[in-house]
Design a binder for this molecule. Structure first.
Ligand SMILES: [Zn+2]
Length: 283
């Protein structure tokens, strides 16, 4: 029978480490949403349209902010959606009849495109071989030079498990078998959700020492995992729980919400904590 066994109350400092030189709040977090600069207009016209779109957005907020409505939630105001990806006209932030706030094309008669922005899914693998864990040192920002498990944004037309295996091949040149789901973290403040799987290296058990995305990749004994140089809070937490499970000789699946200070460094343990943790033993 599955058993719920929570680890509530563990502080971030108990679960992750960061270099003592880390400086919170100086490095911006990954942007929540890219800017849609897809207009075919000239730069001058774009600037004018941008002003117009922003002005109309403010007007919409002000209009809807009156008469007892509180206006758009703060996270919607931070999303940059300036131009319509369908027709190139300015977008404006409006309240839909469903009461949701969305960016909608101002060209309502001919277009009316609504920009639905949803969280992004990151998928990855904690790949094991002979008791060691595969880690990659990042060759790209964010967290250039820090260690992580192979992981990246899920692509269209693939499953999360396929994405985890693909990322492992891309970042470490390693072929893996996905064994089981391991953890699912939500990080609402940056609009991301993580699914990490347990995996095993497949024959011939080779790892590419350097790839376009990794400065180096290698297998670490649990005791040698460089927690002070792990790239992301999500990965740091996953590895901590993974080692707990290895030591207990009992696998669990974990779900939790990582709360981060907006704008904080991705791996600074003083700026995040795990909440609503649910850890379930699996047979
Ligand atoms: Zn449009």
């Amino acid at each position: 029978m599955a058993l719920l066994r929570g680890l509530r109350g563990l502080s971030a400092s108990q679960l992750a480490c960061a270099p003592s030189t880390s400086r919170p709040s100086l490095r911006p977090a990954r942007p929540i949403q890219p800017s849609y600069m897809c207009s075919t207009s000239s730069p001058d016209k774009q600037t004018e349209e941008m002003r117009q779109g922003q002005a109309e957005g403010r007007e919409a907020q002000m209009t809807h902010g009156q008469g007892g409505n509180d206006g758009p939630p703060p996270h919607m105001s931070k999303i940059r959606s300036l131009y319509c990806k369908m027709c190139g006209k300015p977008m404006q932030l409006v309240q839909l009849p469903t009461a949701d706030w969305r960016h909608r094309c101002t060209n309502q008669d001919e277009c009316g495109f609504i920009d639905y922005v949803n969280p992004r899914m990151v998928v990855g693998a904690i790949a094991e071989h002979e008791g060691k864990i595969l880690l990659c040192r990042r060759a790209i920002e964010p967290c250039l030079g820090k260690w992580t498990v192979p992981a990246g944004f899920m692509e269209l037309n693939e499953s999360s498990a396929q994405g985890a295996a693909r990322e492992t091949m891309e970042e470490a040149g390693a072929n893996v078998e996905i064994v089981a789901p391991y953890c699912h973290w939500d990080i609402p403040v940056i609009g991301q959700a993580y699914i990490l799987f347990r995996a095993k290296l497949l024959a011939p058990f080779t790892i590419q020492s350097e790839t376009a995305e990794s400065l180096e990749s290698r297998l670490f004994k649990p005791a040698d995992i460089p927690f002070q140089d792990i790239a992301f809070s999500s990965v740091s937490l996953a590895l901590r729980y993974y080692l707990e499970d290895v030591e207990a000789k009992k696998w669990r699946v974990h779900h939790g919400v990582i709360e981060k200070k907006l704008g904080s460094a991705p791996n600074d343990p003083s700026t995040f904590q795990i909440k609503d943790l649910m850890s379930m033993e699996v047979l």
